[in-house]
Ligand binder design. Structure first.
Ligand code: DX5
Ligand code: ZN
Length: 230
């Protein structure tokens, strides 16, 4: 089956209310989110700590669509099965997280999830060249991972273009993570990305008790892309 390359907005719950993840996931899906992006940080690979597989398992029943788990942890291999069992549809690991990223991709697929590989801003597109026949998603970090609300790094747009050409007809999503808003989204979509993660640009101005701004924020990103591609 051909890959669905239409635009998908994936709000990152890193910007959600951590005391209300279930309700936040339901609210963003009700207001137009296509995927739910879940940022796992270990305080070692990145200078911040979020949560692990038990939290993912707890929020899984509150997500109807794709649960997209971004692992910013090292080592990663010992935890893949736990995140797959927690219900992750996509598990993304960083190419920088260890010496055996090829084995990591095999392990993710063997665990029954779609395999994603993420690249930090300082890592070239060529680092994933020999993984392209075994991944379902390439995530281009457009900020240094660890925190929401950082400024989009424009040099990464060219990397997206290079990856799009390298991928060719392979059924692989290109995901963008970091600093996505209505200004930057059209740049990466035009370069070939189809999944746009957005944390602060989706959750700003809203809350579980006032989720309407989530819908307006998601629509603003989507409209910005669609108005520049037609
Ligand atoms: C950064 C995370 C991102 C982050 C994006 O390490 O991987 O998913 O939440 O947040 P914004 O959209 O605010 O840059
Ligand atoms: Zn992320």
């Amino acid at each position: 089956m051909a890959l669905n390359r239409s635009l998908k907005i994936a709000p990152s719950i890193l910007s959600a209310d951590f005391a209300n993840f279930g309700a936040e996931c339901e609210a963003i899906e009700a207001h137009g989110a296509d995927w739910v992006h879940v940022d796992v940080m270990d305080g070692h690979f990145v200078p911040n700590i979020t949560f692990g597989p038990s939290t993912c398992a707890a929020i899984r029943p509150h997500i109807k669509g794709v649960m997209d788990v971004h692992l910013m942890i090292a080592p990663v291999d010992p935890y893949i099965d736990a995140f797959a069992k927690a219900g992750a549809d996509v598990i993304t690991a960083h190419v920088e997280a260890g010496p055996h990223i090829h084995r990591t991709m095999q392990a993710i697929r063997a665990a029954g999830a779609k395999a994603g590989v993420a690249l930090n801003p300082g890592t070239p597109a060529s680092s994933v060249e020999y993984l392209l026949d075994m991944v379902d998603l390439v995530c281009v970090m457009t900020v240094n991972p660890g925190f929401g609300g950082q400024k989009f790094i424009h040099s990464q747009v060219e990397k997206v273009r290079q990856l799009r050409a390298m991928i060719g007809d392979r059924p692989i999503h290109i995901e963008i993570d970091g600093g996505v808003d209505p200004t930057t989204a059209p740049l990466v979509a035009a370069a070939g990305a189809d999944v746009l993660v957005a944390g602060s640009a989706v959750f700003r101005g809203g809350s579980v008790s006032n989720p309407a701004p989530y819908g307006a924020n998601i629509k603003a990103i989507r409209d910005a892309v669609l108005s520049t591609t037609v």
